[in-house]
Design a protein around this ligand. Structure first.
Ligand code: SF4
Length: 247
């Protein structure tokens, strides 16, 4: 991953731009929360909005990178990065299973669940790099086409992860090096929008939690009432908590 500059170290113009992104995202996300209320289904509504916001804000980054001779290398069906350890928030897990359950045939969802059980058995609770070394594919990835079956509701870390060099992704995947060049502007926009969403949900009463994606999907499928309880202020899906290094 490319190391990120701190916002305070950016030129004033860039700081003002990011502040504008934050204010626009905050207004749109708060509108969704107000309209929907802290009730089940909010996660799917928030996902639709956060994906639209990030798509809109990140769009100018692509032609700018191309003009600079450093075009984004990501393409549909690549999926090399889908063996990384993905940390998500509860709403991202709820939105993804809602999307899968609503939009995919029952046998496809059953196959995703089976892959999730197998993947979780291999990687549950492992330190992210150790988990990545096992090359455990995300269960939502189609094993034939390598496409994301939940693309329209993918978590923000997946949405905002862009590579400038697919050969470096493949090298990392093969265990050679750890550095994938990424567009700093895209990373910063992703972080601003992701944090803005977390703050908005937290203001509504949903506790901040970080979960490992595969374990979170399994836990959310096993607890159909978890979204309601989380939006009401309860900590949920505790068995899927992200890896925490011991001090
Ligand atoms: S949710 Fe989709 S994009 Fe994210 S890791 Fe899984 S398959 Fe890849």
């Amino acid at each position: 991953m490319t190391e990120q500059p701190k916002t305070a170290d950016l030129p004033e113009e860039a700081q003002q731009f990011l502040l504008g992104v934050y204010e626009r995202a905050k207004a749109r996300l708060e509108t969704v929360i107000k309209r929907h209320g802290m009730r089940p289904g909010l996660s799917a509504a928030i996902a639709e909005e956060r994906i639209a916001i990030l798509d809109h804000e990140i769009r100018p980054v692509f032609p700018a990178l191309e003009a600079a001779g450093t075009a984004v290398a990501c393409a549909k069906g690549c999926g090399v990065c889908c063996t990384l350890t993905i940390d998500v928030t509860p709403d991202e897990a709820f939105a993804l299973i809602t999307y899968l359950d609503r939009n995919l045939p029952a046998d496809t969802v059953a196959a995703i669940k089976a892959r999730a059980v197998a993947a979780d058995a291999r990687g549950h609770g492992l330190e992210p790099l150790a988990r990545h070394r096992l090359r455990i594919a995300c269960p939502v990835q189609d094993p034939v086409t390598m496409a994301c079956l939940g693309h329209a509701a993918r978590p923000t870390p997946c949405h905002g992860y862009l590579s400038l060099d697919v050969k470096r992704c493949e090298a990392v995947h093969a265990g050679i090096g750890q550095d994938v060049p990424q567009p700093t502007a895209a990373n910063m926009l992703t972080n601003v929008i992701s944090h803005t969403r977390s703050y908005a949900l937290e203001d509504g009463g949903a506790p901040r939690q970080s979960l490992e994606l595969t374990a979170a999907l399994l836990a959310a499928w096993a607890e159909p009432d978890a979204e309601r309880r989380w939006l009401a202020g309860e900590t949920v899906l505790a068995e899927a908590a992200s890896y925490q290094a011991e001090n």
